[in-house]
Write a protein that binds this ligand. Structure first.
Ligand SMILES: CSC[C@H]1O[C@H](OP(=O)(O)O)[C@H](O)[C@@H]1O
Ligand code: ADE
Length: 292
């Protein structure tokens, strides 16, 4: 079995990872610019880990300013095969109570087109399948881990990704609810898309922190309320990651995330500009090396 390399993208309130040995800081520049911060690498239960705080240490990047391409490219370059994304989200359903964990299985994109969302372009065209944007195998490990550490977990659900940085208006929140979404956040798109293009498994541990602004019996979401719930639950998020990684050494995934580009690239290989080939080598190199 191939030993996984596990990446963790820490969201709001999770700027550091604990419990790693052989810890190193890795500074990476990428063809897409600078990642959110230095990558922290280390070992946990014999598995190589790579950690990156999505908004940078000190929370310096807006959801629309995060350089998602550089972050995912950096993970790929460091050999990451599975990404655990950690995110704070608003709950759009009564039964998802602040403090609960959701492992979403769908995303709905309400971002406004301001985020670079693909590695393709510059002379190479590709179209990956994205009907099921989350790695079901990784999601199931996360769900099991969350239950084992005593969290209340909702398996599956749709995460609607808004542009932010403002929270939603009440009208928006009510319309999103009528669409049947389960949780709301600002970051998992385009992260999930880029992970798929980079052939990396991706799943999210979403911590419900608030009821957005639709619930008449609860206060409207505020940063203060979100941070309060994060503080109370950050230990749980860390325990879920640790428990999940502990299980990964023994479990071979059956997903096809690592073959997402097998039939996705449309462009005649002989016509892909060499600069693009070089820039994307960690992602498309294995397809360009084949004959034909
Ligand atoms: C602090 S509330 C809004 C902020 O929190 C979420 O970030 P992340 O997914 O990185 O945990 C949300 O998407 C917003 O960026
Ligand atoms: N209500 C909300 N809307 C968007 N992002 C969030 N992150 C945490 N709560 C949120």
């Amino acid at each position: 079995m191939n030993t996984p390399v596990v990446g963790v993208i820490g969201g709001s309130g999770l700027y550091e990872i604990e419990g790693l040995t052989e810890v190193k800081e890795v500074v990476l520049e990428t063809p897409f610019g600078a990642p959110s911060d230095v990558f922290i690498t280390g070992t946990l239960y014999g598995i190589t880990m790579v950690f990156l705080p999505r908004h940078g240490r000190g929370h310096r990047f807006l959801p629309s300013e995060v350089n998602y391409r550089a972050n995912i490219y950096g993970m790929k370059k460091l050999g990451v095969t599975r990404i655990i994304s950690v995110s704070a989200v608003g709950s759009m359903k009564e039964h998802i109570v602040p403090g609960h964990i959701v492992i979403p299985d769908q995303f709905f994109d309400r971002t406004q087109g301001r985020r670079a969302s693909t590695f393709f372009g510059e002379g190479i065209v590709g179209h990956v399948q994205f009907a099921d944007p989350v790695c079901a195998d990784l999601a199931s490990i996360l769900e099991k881990s969350a239950r084992e550490v005593g969290a209340t977990v909702h398996a599956g659900g749709t995460y609607i990704c808004i542009e932010g940085p403002n929270f939603s208006t009440r009208a928006e929140s009510q319309i999103y609810r009528s669409w049947g979404v389960d949780i709301i956040g600002m970051t998992n798109i385009p992260e999930a898309r880029l992970a798929r293009e980079a052939e990396i498994c991706y799943a999210t541990v979403a911590l419900a922190t608030d009821y957005d602004c639709w619930h008449e019996g609860h206060d409207d979401v505020s940063v203060e309320a979100v941070l309060n719930i994060i503080r109370q639950n950050v230990a749980t998020a860390r325990a879920i990651i640790k428990n999940a990684v502990g299980q990964m050494g023994q479990q071979q995934l059956t997903c096809r995330c690592d073959k997402a580009l097998e039939f996705a690239i449309m462009t005649d290989k002989t016509l892909i500009p060499s600069q693009t080939q070089q820039a994307l080598a960690p992602i498309i190199g294995k397809y360009l090396d084949q004959n034909g």
